[in-house]
Design a protein around this ligand. Structure first.
Ligand code: ATP
Length: 286
């Protein structure tokens, strides 16, 4: 048996951290959207009793540290199925970039296995399993555009975004999410207007969405990596209507309405930045 599934990257249009729970986990309030930039994940049964990970990226662990491995292991444990699995990952999403590539691969494995073995786990059940791997996996099980709250487990699907294009620019630096989260100082946070952002999506109001982008982690990451502010300013200068860092960074995205504008921004920013992509909102089953 074999399945090939697409694992889209995510962007945080809004990211707020209202508080930290007594156990040290973060309470999130995030507006996320899936984008066309995707990994391709092939899951196939094999005759061993092992989970084997093969990827075309030199940056990924191929053992139980890989989030796709963890998803397969949890699925087999939860369902009681015994099977060897070979998981091949064509990595297109930059690693440790704030684009949720590892979480999306994990969610793709859960969806693929659920289909292959006809186990009929609901989205809620897969999201609950995924939460044991990373706080972004429940969202990635749903994909599309959603409000994510709690520790990542409360996923409320939203209307699709109105037509818009994203230009992503990833500076050549690595960011550790746990290190950024340890630097959160609640007294210094400027909380983004998530409710206004949600209203913009509900009303399909492009300008209201763009005006209410916000990410509490951006100033923390930008304090160590000044390239982030420089790229953000350039994206705006080259014609983006809004610009922001995704997740804990370092990828910055610019938003605009038309493909031709997005391509112009892409051409202008390419000279300054290591990796640049033009993409649109998507969902994982198209
Ligand atoms: P987050 O913000 O959720 O930490 P990210 O988008 O910044 O995620 P990822 O690309 O998901 O970053 O990688 C985060 C870490 O997870 C890296 O250290 C990477 O080695 C590890 N990892 C494990 N499995 C994978 C995978 N399948 N794809 C990408 N990274 C993976």
């Amino acid at each position: 048996m074999k399945r090939i599934v697409r694992a889209p990257a995510k962007l945080n249009l809004g990211l707020d951290t209202p508080f930290t729970h007594p156990d040290g986990t973060i309470e999130w309030r995030m507006v996320m959207t899936s984008i066309g930039l995707s990994d391709h994940v092939q899951v196939e049964t094999n005759h061993s009793e092992m989970i084997q990970i093969i990827s075309d990226s030199g940056f990924l662990p191929n053992d139980k540290r890989n989030l796709a491995y963890q998803a397969a292991h949890l699925f087999l444990q939860e369902t009681g199925i015994t099977s060897g699995l070979t998981i091949k990952i064509k990595k297109r999403i930059p690693v440790a970039a704030g684009l949720g590539g590892g979480s999306s691969d994990a969610a793709a494995v859960l969806r693929a296995l659920n289909e292959m073995f006809m186990t009929h786990l609901s989205l809620e059940e897969m999201a609950r399993l995924g939460l044991q791997i990373d706080s972004d996996v429940p969202y990635c099980v749903y994909g599309r555009t959603a409000l994510v709250s709690g520790r990542g487990e409360i996923v409320t699907p939203l209307k699709p975004l109105p037509k818009m294009w994203f230009v992503l620019a990833k500076p050549n630096v690595s960011v550790s999410t746990p290190r950024i989260l340890r630097r959160l100082r609640y007294s210094r946070i400027n909380h983004p207007e998530i409710d206004q952002l949600l209203a913009g999506i509900a009303q399909q109001n492009y300008h209201q969405i763009v005006a209410n982008l916000g990410n509490t982690l951006e100033p923390i990451t930008a304090a160590s990596h000044p390239q982030i502010r420089i790229i953000k300013d350039r994206l705006l200068k080259y014609g983006a209507d809004g610009s922001q860092m995704s997740g804990s960074g370092p990828t910055v995205f610019g938003v605009c309405r038309s493909e031709s504008r997005a391509k112009r921004i892409y051409n202008s920013i390419s000279g300054f930045c290591h990796e640049v992509y033009v993409t649109q909102p998507t969902c994982h089953d198209n």
